[in-house]
Design a protein around this ligand. Structure first.
Ligand code: NI
Length: 224
């Protein structure tokens, strides 16, 4: 599933994050890329181990945890470490695939879904579109600050060269409780039906059976 969700980070969240970002230390993004991706990665990544970095991560985690559409679409089981990326003029990230297995030791996870949370306005930079190759053609994404795009990690994608200004995003990966994209979409659709039901026209029994169906599909399909 491919999804764009608006205002995942509110105005208040963005106002809190922006000064924190100014306090962060940055280094070459090639350090966090796989061997192949490293050759095409031209950006910088923030050191999020500092106090300001930890606060940025906590704000993003809270925003994701309280976003029902994101939760329903992703069914997150495990999150990767988040990366805060800054791409200035001349930077970009050529076509690549993300690592299927991330982390080390007991912290290892499979990347089912990738997300990009946009932290500054699209007017703040030229170029810097996130292009994702889907079976239906290339999706070119450049969202407002606070918006998030969620897409299968299995897709080839790139960030086109930034020709002016600076692009700021937070990216991360998710191992979902539901490994299969089609199954995840069925559960997402059932959730959409559930929230759109008119309470005056649906009996408690009907709602209970729908809840039972969703729960039992989760039991059938979830992987640990
Ligand atoms: Ni990537």
């Amino acid at each position: 599933m491919f999804l764009t969700i608006g205002n995942v980070l509110s105005e208040a969240g963005l106002s809190e994050v922006q000064p924190l970002i100014k306090a962060l230390d940055w280094r070459d993004g090639a350090h966090t890329a796989g061997a192949r991706a490293r050759a095409v990665k031209r950006n910088e990544q923030a050191d999020l181990s500092s106090e300001a970095g930890a606060r940025v991560v906590a704000i993003a985690q809270d925003a994701l945890a309280s976003q029902p559409v994101f939760q329903s679409a992703a069914r997150p089981r495990t999150f990767s470490k988040f990366l805060l990326s800054r791409t200035a003029k001349g930077g970009g990230y050529g076509a690549h695939i993300d690592n299927a297995i991330m982390g080390r030791g007991s912290g290892q996870m499979r990347s089912d879904l990738s997300f990009t949370l946009f932290l500054n306005s699209p007017e703040a930079y030229e170029g810097g579109a996130l292009n994702i190759e889907t079976p239906a053609g290339t999706q070119s994404i450049k969202q407002d600050a606070g918006d998030l795009v969620l897409y299968p990690s299995s897709l080839i994608h790139e960030v086109t060269p930034v020709t002016a200004g600076v692009r700021l995003v937070l990216v991360g990966w998710i191992q979902s409780h539901i490994r299969d994209t089609a199954q995840r979409e069925i559960l997402f659709d059932l959730d959409r039906v559930r929230v759109s039901l008119d309470p005056s026209k649906v009996s408690d029994t009907e709602r209970l059976i729908l809840d039972k169906t969703v729960s039992n599909l989760l039991r059938l399909w979830s992987v640990s």
